[in-house]
Design a binder for this molecule. Structure first.
Ligand code: ARG
Length: 397
């Protein structure tokens, strides 16, 4: 008996893959895996129902807490942002693939199947993890191999009795997890097409947001968000709580031109209220407790981390090396940040930490601790080489 483990969303692409695996690829046993990373509960239910209707052996793996703790909060520590996109789809893919590997090991799978097309980033992210953790298994990507158009796919689905949900008629291609929603497709691909209100689900339009400020205090412990307005919360709960507050204030809509791994430039719309706020707050706390050189160096480390995470190289040794630095710097990122949420903006309005590298006495205009007269000699040598350069130029003209 040959077994294939299909990473299953319940959508059209992965659903038509089921009869294909049986009829064209010769697998007698199709095992479907849906990984819950915080997508809508009804999507999980649809996947379970369709898997049942299509007679697969189905597994739903609840990975929400792990995703929040190990992936979203790791992204907070690294201020994880790629070209203005707080990484969300990209960081969920490795975890989804990892769970598929676990199921494959359990059921004795011979191959993996996924529904990624040949144009996107997800094929790289998913296959890298599968090949790293289970190099002995084959990987099949029928959507990429077959190159079917949407209409051909629907016809095939009808012919094979694959249930087609209304979502097929929807123009938008949406990927959703606890950390963010990504909306693409239809006219949204045109860089100058203004996104219609209907694509947003977590955020109100900034102009409809309340006319008064919402103040929120976020507590961090070693770089990890742990409380909201003094209430301790677990990772997934905290993310949901911030989503609600931020969404009500129209915060978290991101519209970017994104350079995909292949080099394609694609217009992308995201909704990621918690990511926007938590990263903003985290940066504010880092600015209070880290030295100037740590901050400058960490900017480059964060950028390289984000590139690796975007490419799905979750187990790259460099990523682990960078994380050693990121974790070390974050040991002191403990304290509270106060933000004002107002009509689409989150503004940091205060920060405090027991590790603050700040002394009111030294910085204050009124202080006598700092003997200003000692500065005279230091100021005299400031810019010495630049002054010489100008002197030399003057003498030669
Ligand atoms: N471009 C994004 C990324 O590579 C998100 C793609 C999500 N897919 C979707 N159908 N909206 O991370």
């Amino acid at each position: 008996m040959k077994t294939v483990v299909l990473v299953y969303s319940g959508g059209l692409d992965t659903s038509v893959a089921i009869p294909m695996m049986r009829e064209d690829y010769g697998f007698d046993r199709v095992v479907t895996v849906t990984v819950d990373v915080g997508q809508p509960a009804e999507d999980i239910k649809v996947a379970e129902d369709k898997a049942k209707a299509l007679g697969t052996e189905h597994y739903t793996v609840d990975a929400k807490e792990e995703f929040a703790r190990e992936y979203c909060f790791r992204a907070v520590k690294a201020n994880g942002d790629y070209q203005g996109y707080p990484l969300s789809t990209s960081i969920a893919r490795p975890l989804i693939a990892e769970k598929a590997v676990e199921v494959a090991k359990k059921v004795g799978g011979d191959a993996f199947c996924h529904g990624c097309t040949g144009k996107g980033n997800d094929q790289f992210r998913i296959e890298f993890v599968m090949r790293t953790l289970a190099p002995e298994l084959d990987i099949l990507a029928p959507m990429r191999e077959r190159n079917l158009t949407r209409t051909e796919e629907i016809e095939y689905a009808k012919a094979k009795g694959v249930p087609i949900s209304q979502s097929v008629d929807k123009i938008w291609s949406i990927d959703e997890n606890l950390w963010g929603r990504s909306i693409e497709g239809g006219r949204l691909e045109e860089p100058d097409y203004s996104p219609p209100e209907e694509i947003f689900q977590w955020t109100v339009s900034p102009e409809d947001a309340p006319d008064q400020v919402t103040e929120v205090t976020i507590g961090f412990q070693s770089g990890i968000p742990v409380s909201v307005d003094g209430h301790k919360m677990g990772p997934a709960e905290l993310i949901r709580c911030i989503h609600k507050m931020a969404g009500e204030n129209g915060i978290g809509r991101v519209d970017v031109m994104e350079d995909r791994m292949l080099g394609l430039k694609v217009r992308e719309n995201y909704e990621c209220p918690a990511a926007v706020i938590l990263i903003e707050a985290h940066k504010a706390l880092e600015a209070l407790v880290s030295t100037r050189k740590e901050i400058a160096f960490k900017n480059t480390v964060d950028q390289t981390w984000a590139d690796l995470a975007y490419e799905g190289l979750w187990y790259d040794p460099l990523k682990e090396d960078l994380e050693a630095f990121i974790d070390r710097v974050n040991e002191r990122v403990t304290g509270e940040v106060i933000l004002h949420l107002y009509k689409g903006n989150a503004t940091v309005s205060g920060r405090r930490s027991p590790y603050a590298l700040y002394s009111e006495d030294l910085a204050s205009f009124d202080s006598k601790t700092f003997d200003q007269s000692e500065m005279t000699g230091m100021v005299k040598v400031h810019g010495m080489q630049a002054r010489m350069y100008h002197a030399v130029r003057r003498s030669q003209s």
